[in-house]
Design a binder for this molecule. Structure first.
Ligand code: SF4
Length: 220
């Protein structure tokens, strides 16, 4: 069983409630969703076919306590499901970062799921999979949920979309919702101001790795 891998690297987790922790990233190749602000378009290129044991070797070399499966869109490759199960069995803390177009229903329950909700300016807002919100709403209290959602906003329209969606669904009461800016498109201060004015229940985040390293740098 092989998985098409774009890159495996060691970095600082930059975009979730785990931001700041050293992490081994396994980036699977392939996506095709075409989000306007995609910053990993290189993951669209064909990857290197790797056996699960080879992937484990690389993760062991890195030696981080935290492992993140990302992409591209990692859920496009069915082999990713047993990979995540085996990682959880090895007692690693496993994060999954997914674009949110595919359901996470079959993902091992031990995996912490970071799911994008694409705002209008991404051009793919209509592809958000509603089942992921339903699953999160049924999953229990925010403090113990293995779900978290991530929204990046480029302008006021995106922010208002997020605010309405959160009001309509009650999602922020069921799990953590991270709200950030599209890097270089919206000043973080403006987003902070809107969040504080409206008193919405979200956690603001910046893409930490883009402040530590050059924003266009790969493998971080
Ligand atoms: S889902 Fe992620 S990897 Fe795929 S196009 Fe959108 S931002 Fe890029």
């Amino acid at each position: 069983m092989t998985i098409s891998i774009s890159e495996i690297f060691h970095s600082i987790q930059g975009e979730s409630s785990f931001a700041g922790w050293p992490c081994a990233f396994v980036r699977l190749a392939g996506c095709g969703h075409g989000c306007r602000y995609c910053d990993t378009t290189y993951a669209e290129k064909p990857g290197t076919e790797m056996e699960t044991d080879e992937i484990f070797e690389k993760i062991d070399e890195i030696g981080a306590q935290l492992v993140e499966i990302t992409g591209g869109e990692p859920l496009l490759q069915k082999e990713v499901y047993p990979l995540m199960e085996r990682l959880c069995d090895r007692k690693e803390k496993v994060l999954l970062e997914t674009g949110g177009f595919l359901s996470v229903a079959k993902v091992d329950q031990r995996v912490h799921k970071i799911i994008d909700l694409k705002a209008p300016s991404s051009g793919v807002c209509n592809k958000n999979n509603p089942q992921n919100i339903e699953l999160a709403m049924r999953s229990g209290k925010a403090e113990i949920s293995s779900f978290e959602f991530k929204i990046v906003v480029a302008d006021r329209e995106d922010y208002l979309w997020a605010r309405t969606m959160l009001t309509d669904t009650g999602l922020a009461e069921a799990c953590t919702v991270m709200l950030g800016v599209v890097f270089g498109k919206l000043e973080p201060e403006r987003l902070a101001q809107w969040i504080l004015e409206d008193r919405i229940r979200v956690r603001m985040q910046l893409q930490l790795h883009k402040y530590i390293w050059p924003p266009e740098m790969r493998g971080v």
